[in-house]
Design a protein around this ligand. Structure first.
Ligand code: TZP
Ligand code: MG
Length: 208
C-alpha cells in the first residue's frame, strides 16, 4: 500500500441503517479529499445480509469513482463479495496469516494499540497498523485506555517504517500532534461524521 493513503482515513457505517444519508456523508467526504475509507458497520440498527452487501457495493462504486481505497472492517466475506481493496481486523478477529489467499494482493490492516497487543501480533502479513485509542473516544465502547501521544510515539519506534494510522478521539486540535509523533495519518469517525459540514471538516484536516 501507499502510506500516503492513511493521511485522512474516514471510518463509517450506515448510521443505524440510514443508507441514503450515509452514502451522502461518504460522498461529501470523498469529494472533499479523504484518502481512504473503511466500512465499519456496528451497533444498533446495523445492516445485515443482503442489505449490508448492497450498501457495501454502493460504497465500492463511490470509492472507485473517487479513486480512494475501500477497506471493510472485520468481515472478510463481505470484503471479498463487495470487491473491496482490503480488510481491517482487530486483535480478536481472524489472524492475518489465516486470511484467504484473496487478500494476498489486498490491503490488510490490524489494530495494535499497546505493547501487549504488539507482542501478540504477527505483522508479517499486515500492510498497516491502526494504533489507539490515542485519545478518549465515544465511538467504541471497548476501545480500552487512551495511549496518548507518547503511546503513539512509542509504537512508531517499535514498528519502524510500517505504515501506521492513529485512531481514537482525533480532532482538528490534535491531528498535527499525531503526525508529529510518527503517524502517517489519522482514522477518524466522529470529527468527520458528526460535523455540521462534512466537507469542511475534511478540508480542514487536510490543511493542517
Ligand atoms: N478503534 C479504536 S478507537 C475507535 C476505533 C474504531 C473509534 C474512533 O472514533 P472517533 O469518533 O474518531 O474517536
Ligand atoms: Mg474488529
Amino acid at each position: 500500500m501507499n502510506k500516503k493513503d492513511l493521511k485522512l482515513y474516514f471510518v463509517y457505517g450506515s448510521d443505524q441503517g440510514d443508507v441514503e444519508r450515509s452514502l451522502e456523508v461518504i460522498r461529501q467526504a470523498l469529494e472533499a479529499g479523504i484518502t481512504m475509507f473503511q466500512l465499519r458497520e456496528k451497533g444498533e440498527g446495523a445492516l445485515q445480509g443482503r442489505a449490508l452487501l448492497d450498501f457495501a457495493r454502493s460504497v465500492r462504486a463511490l470509492t472507485l469513482e473517487y479513486g480512494v481505497p475501500f477497506i471493510v472492517n472485520d468481515d472478510a466475506a463481505l470484503a471479498m463479495e463487495a470487491g473491496a481493496d482490503g480488510l481491517h481486523i482487530g486483535q480478536d478477529d481472524i489472524p492475518p496469516a489465516d486470511l484467504s489467499a484473496w487478500f494476498d494482493e489486498k490491503i490488510v490492516g490490524l489494530s495494535v494499540g499497546n505493547a501487549h497487543e504488539l507482542a501478540a501480533s504477527d505483522l508479517q502479513e499486515v500492510d498497516y497498523i491502526g494504533t489507539g485509542p490515542v485519545f478518549a473516544t465515544q465511538s467504541k465502547d471497548d476501545a480500552g485506555e487512551a495511549i496518548g501521544i507518547t503511546g503513539l510515539e512509542w509504537m512508531r519506534n517499535q514498528v519502524g517504517p510500517l505504515p501506521m494510522v492513529a485512531i481514537g478521539g482525533i480532532t482538528h486540535e490534535n491531528y498535527k500532534a499525531c503526525l508529529d509523533a510518527g503517524a502517517d495519518g489519522a482514522a477518524v469517525i466522529s470529527a468527520i461524521a458528526g460535523a455540521e459540514d462534512v466537507g469542511q471538516a475534511v478540508r480542514r484536516f487536510l490543511s493542517l
